[in-house]
Design a protein around this ligand. Structure first.
Ligand SMILES: Cc1ncc(COP(=O)(O)O)c(C=O)c1O
Length: 453
């Protein structure tokens, strides 16, 4: 056997090459509270329960109790709901779609109505469950257009979606109008508060004004909120809440069609590690409402300082009027993919987002409590990066003749050999940005296949 210390040393060495998950320098993917000891608490709680199996709550009553307590905390924050802990935002959104679809077996070819800014998790749900997606264009401010959504609802609609806020632009959709349009047609309405659900209620307590999005809004039938985002829990936990327990039933699965153990699942997983549930329970219990209010206050201060600073940098602008903790930065003349690489060399990760309908290419920032105190450092590096940004040395002619339906491995290899990723990601992003959506999806899937052995 290889000694445990050696294995851990190897793991640490590998992790040293990842993006940092602390300090606020990675402004997507990770959420850092900046609180000393919080990760250690989550990890210790995870270790205490990771071998327990949530598959059978009668066998592991501790997990049942912790899950009920976590869900109750979420329900208190969002003014209602009966729910489940899931593995993440995508699973919560997919389960909301599944529950809505299963509740309407009478509809042969079901569809969901979403704003184009809804998270891609809804496209994934549609892909997995063979449901059509009706994606409705948004306003110039990137918020959902409730009248256009109302018009898109028809007899095949099983679910209407709104975001609070959307990931891409951080804006909150008009949930009251969208939920009313859904209710008028007897259709469920899901509010995707995966990223905002644990911070917006605290922002409201701090005096920030925005339109309501929770269960106080008539017609809202489910809400997703991720614990591994602004509840600062270890990765692997989200909550899906339904307005009442009867709406949740169609999300559950039981099978008596085999000779094995009793198969009864509340989520997509069957065996469910107790680790993430225990970790989330411990973090929520430790931080508490006063702790989350304090974290939200730091985050709000960072958001305000960053926004004001970005708006003063020549050539950069913020898209829409973000109400939460996320920004997207666009520019008419600066090469944003080059800018992202420049930021990377200065130790920051900002996330490129491609142009889509009325949304131009932009850089996404997720602001967390850990950004408080380093705003000016970020802004000065952003200013320098904007001056230094140059377009990647690549011609989009490399895409000529490539077709999503017929792309061969050889063609993909030729394309891949044209980019030198050691120089940064700008060349890759420039090519992907120039590819039509179907080709881009195909290229990404080819690339994924090359990465995994
Ligand atoms: C609004 C929204 N919905 C869904 C998701 C998907 O969450 P996850 O990455 O946890 O699956 C995200 C992730 O950022 C999100 O911001």
């Amino acid at each position: 056997m290889i000694p445990a210390e050696q294995v851990l040393a190897e793991l640490k060495e590998m992790r040293a090459h990842d993006l940092p998950t602390h300090g606020g320098r990675t402004m997507a993917y990770v959420y850092d509270s900046g609180l000393a000891g919080l990760d250690e608490l989550g990890a210790a709680a995870h270790a205490l329960a990771s071998s327990a199996n949530g598959l059978d709550p009668t066998a592991f009553p501790s997990l049942l109790r912790m899950e009920n307590e976590v869900v109750a905390t979420a329900a208190k924050l969002l003014n209602g709901g009966f729910g489940q802990v899931t593995s993440g935002g995508t699973e919560s959104c997919m389960l909301a779609v599944l529950a809505a679809r299963k509740a309407r077996p009478d509809i042969e070819h079901p569809s969901i109505v979403i704003p184009v800014t809804a998270h891609a998790a809804f496209h994934k749900a549609a892909h997995y469950f063979n449901i059509r997606t009706i994606a409705v264009p948004v306003t110039d401010g990137f918020v959902a257009d409730p009248e256009a959504m109302r018009a898109a609802i028809d007899d095949t609609t099983v679910l209407v979606v709104a975001s609070a806020p959307s990931y891409a632009h951080g804006v909150i959709d008009p949930v009251e109008e969208i939920a009313a349009a859904a209710a008028d047609r007897g259709v469920r309405c899901h509010v995707d508060a995966c990223i905002g659900g644990w911070v917006l209620p605290y922002f409201a307590q701090l005096g920030v004004r925005f339109k309501p999005f929770d269960f106080t809004v008539a017609g809202v039938t489910s809400i997703s909120v991720d614990l591994h985002k602004y509840a600062y829990c270890p990765k692997g936990t989200s909550v899906l809440l339904h307005a009442d327990a009867s709406l949740r039933r169609s999300q559950y699965f039981a099978s008596a069609e085999w000779p094995g153990y009793t198969m009864l699942n509340s989520t997509m997983q069957s065996t469910r590690s107790g680790g993430p549930i225990a970790a989330a329970w411990a973090v929520l219990r430790h931080v508490g409402e006063d702790g989350y209010l304090e974290l939200a206050s730091k985050t709000l201060a960072a958001v305000r300082e960053l926004r004001a600073g970005i708006e003063q940098i020549d050539g950069l602008r913020i898209l829409g009027d973000p109400a939460s903790t996320l920004f997207s930065i666009a520019s008419p003349d600066i090469d944003l993919f080059g800018l992202a690489d420049q930021m990377r060399t200065r130790g920051w990760f900002v996330q490129p987002q491609f142009a889509f309908q009325n949304s131009p290419a932009n850089l996404h920032l997720t602001v967390t409590a850990a950004n408080r105190g380093n705003e000016q450092l970020f802004l000065s590096d952003l200013r320098d990066s904007a001056s230094a940004a140059v377009p990647a040395e690549i011609s989009v002619d490399a895409l000529k003749g490539l077709d999503a339906a017929t792309l061969t491995s050889d063609q993909f290899d030729t394309l891949l050999s044209a980019v030198d990723m050691s120089k940064g990601m700008a060349a890759v992003n420039t090519l992907l940005a120039a590819a039509p959506a179907d080709l881009r999806e195909r290229l990404l899937i080819e690339f994924l296949g090359r990465m995994y052995s």
